[in-house]
Design a protein around this ligand. Sequence first.
Ligand SMILES: O=c1[nH]cnc2cc3nc(NCCN4CCOCC4)[nH]c3cc12
Length: 375
Amino acid sequence: MPEPLPVAFTLSATEGQARTGRIDTHRGEIRTPAFMPVGTAATVKAMYPEQVRETGADILLGNTYHLMLRPGAERVASLGGLHDFMDWQRPILTDSGGFQVMSLAKLRRMTERGVTFRSHVDGSSHELTPERSIEIQTLLDSDIIMQLDECISLPAERKEMERAMELSLRWGERSKAAFGDQPQRALFGIVQGGDDPELRARSAAGLRSIGFDGYAVGGLAVGEPQEVMFRVLSEITPELPSDRPRYLMGVGKPDDILGAIARGIDMFDCVHPTRAGRHGHIYTRFGVLNLKNARHKDDPRPVDETSPNRNCRRFSRAYLHHLVRTEEILGAMILSQINLSYYQELVDGARQAIAEGRFEDFAAATRAGWSAGDL
Ligand SMILES: O=c1[nH]cnc2cc3nc(NCCN4CCOCC4)[nH]c3cc12
């Protein structure tokens, strides 16, 4: 078995802070800017893996918190790893589990060592340390692994932001040590520091001195206004190595993604397109359509007859309204596919626009389409 290729990032064009390029892994390339559909419990909900690929996704996200509880990391490893388990043979990024412990688990206790908690599923007790998180992500055979960190919501006291940032730096050091030498996988550090420029700069400098294959911007999309997120991004991306991928965690809506690309972000993940789809909201060139709304019940028009996505041309709004109102499974399937396709069309359009030096116009035209109407 030849040595697997080390993960490599190549930039191919930039326009201001915006960049397009590719990350090469031994399971395939990731075109950037990239949107990662969230495959929480080894499934992108309501989608076959080949359908996820057909939307244009190069990489999926897997959640360590969910997978460590069910079916268990050792069990996935004994079954050949997450790729074979779910039959997605392209790259997978796994998160460290820390964020979801704090948002989903019960009876959480955070110490210097790590976090202990009780499962929201059956109350069983578990511990997540930087070392155990790296071990779990390695057992899953993940291609891009995240350090364990502490994310706090905003607004927050500066002391609290500083404490969590410094803890995350120490956990980054321990994550790097536990990761060891695994050239076939990448380890990303996570920048913290809330909305404080000095704390963010200290976090970025600390992570750079530890040395990571990529750098995530954490601690955002946690309740702050969009302009605060954009200000933090404008301040922090220039502090991150330009030759390494930058990943904005948990973001976001299409407008957030365009603004973050313009500020130097290369990778995104968000449950929004799939979750919104299951709740009857679809993303189109014209903006968001709430198909639960009764105004659609007699509308014979397709969602968007000019869309490259056949599902936007073949079904009437009335039919999709019917599926949503009756909570038919097919409704979740079609709307998830429509939204993921839209997100991939968005980032693919961004990649092409940056390559041709017209990203600003692309973003302006895309935003104009959202408010042009025809909903
Ligand atoms: O600092 C972080 N560290 C590790 N994981 C994260 C995940 C994160 N996810 C969000 N935001 C997610 C917001 N979602 C948008 C869609 O609806 C559900 C919430 N912010 C995040 C920050 C971090």
